[in-house]
Write a protein that binds this ligand. Structure first.
Ligand SMILES: Cc1cc2nc3c(=O)[nH]c(=O)nc-3n(C[C@H](O)[C@H](O)[C@H](O)COP(=O)(O)O)c2cc1C
Length: 164
């Protein structure tokens, strides 16, 4: 172990975040048109939950300023980002600027936004919200889906974007 690593002291939260970063995930864009504006965030807290009824879940942070706006949407689009969509992920996570400026996206009639070039599109409606500490655990019912199995997904691992 390097001297830097042994001398470093970190908070339990930072240590836990680092430990959990060993778990590889995909990256999902959550987006919808709300009050006429494209609105969205990138998340990696996405899981499949149930087939009957068809449910997935995400965990928005309680500090998120965008989630409460997105939660007002009738339908929310989920896009499992492709390996070449790292910039889309970064843009949807950015604190400044127009998150959709350099992204090719399309909206459904219900207002769900999907990213062109993603591996999977889901059009969802929020079902329930549960306490998840400093995050919410939100289940969403999948209303429709479109898969692009030829697209290699983006992977987030050790706080870095990678391919499979
Ligand atoms: C790879 C990656 C995964 C993320 N996962 C989550 C997540 O699961 N939940 C969450 O609330 N924010 C997550 N974020 C942060 C959001 O994308 C966004 O930065 C955050 O919501 C702050 O913006 P806001 O105040 O506009 O909501 C993630 C960001 C990145 C880059």
């Amino acid at each position: 172990m390097s001297p830097k690593a042994t001398a470093e002291e970190v908070s339990p939260q930072v240590a836990l975040r680092r430990a959990l970063s060993l778990f590889p995930t995909g990256v999902v864009a959550l987006a919808a048109v709300v009050d006429g504006q494209p609105t969205g965030i990138a998340v990696n807290s996405f899981i499949s939950v149930s087939l009957e009824p068809p449910l997935v879940a995400v965990c928005p942070a309680r500090t998120s300023t965008t989630w409460p706006v997105l939660a007002r949407a009738t339908r929310i689009g989920l896009s499992v980002l492709g390996a070449d969509q790292e910039q889309t992920a970064r843009s949807l996570a950015s604190r400044t600027g127009d998150r959709f400026a350099n992204i090719d996206w399309r909206a459904t009639e219900g207002g769900a936004i999907h990213m062109d070039g993603a591996a999977l599109w889901l059009e969802c409606e929020i079902r329930h919200s549960f306490d998840g500490g400093d995050h919410e655990i939100v289940t969403l019912e999948v209303i429709s889906s479109e898969a692009f199995p030829e697209v290699t997904p983006l992977v987030f691992h050790l706080s870095q974007f990678r391919g499979l």
